[in-house]
Write a protein that binds this ligand. Sequence first.
Ligand SMILES: *Cc1c(COP(=O)(O)O)cnc(C)c1O
Length: 241
Amino acid sequence: MEDIILNNIKHIRERIEGACIANGRHPEEVKLLLATKTVSADRIAVALRAGEVLIAENKLQELKAKYDALLEVSHTNHFIGHLQTNKIKELLRYDVACLQSLDRFELGEKLSQRLVLEGKAMDVLIQVNTSDEESKFGVHPDRALDLVRAVALLPNLRIRGLMTIGLFSAEEGKVRACFRRLKAVQEEVIKEGIEGVEMEELSMGMSGDLEIAIAEGATIVRVGTAIFGERQYPDSYYWKE
Ligand SMILES: *Cc1c(COP(=O)(O)O)cnc(C)c1O
């Protein structure tokens, strides 16, 4: 089991490096995030001991279930799933450095209030729905700038960039169009020069499409299957309840 995970990581690192070189980018510009839904703490620990640092769950229950077991191996937690506002308080117990799935003002507002109360701060990415699919969360690209403006005014939250899932399609052009859409939102936001807003992170690209994402400017690729193997549950279970 260990060998498979380690080999897979090596292969993913090579893919990232290859895509960076092909696009005149430096491999250090792209961070690898391990999407660990359904993966046991033991198997995640294998990856962390091999030098990986960035992991993310989609569900609070899973974050909670694996949290103690992973305390002994150094790592950084992001959260990439849909978050209900009534779960914010609980999320803050688990040392999440960045919420990548901030997709509505109400969530930002409640999160900010709670952070203020606890004297904490958190990085966030604004999740954008670039595929126009009902089945994906995220703010519509046309409303992303307004959401950024509003969230920028909330205390104790730091906007660091944008996240998208994009379309799953064998048609490369359609997948690429989603990533370009996210890049376009990033440029739109940068042009506005909103105080306190940083736009250096573009979290996009997964096991099947990370090369396209890197070509289009990804700084974080989120990889699950290609490292830990196929999952038992369909992703719809995680993306829309
Ligand atoms: C599961 C998941 C990933 C990783 O997907 P793979 O295809 O398994 O690499 C990335 N981002 C999000 C939001 C996910 O839920």
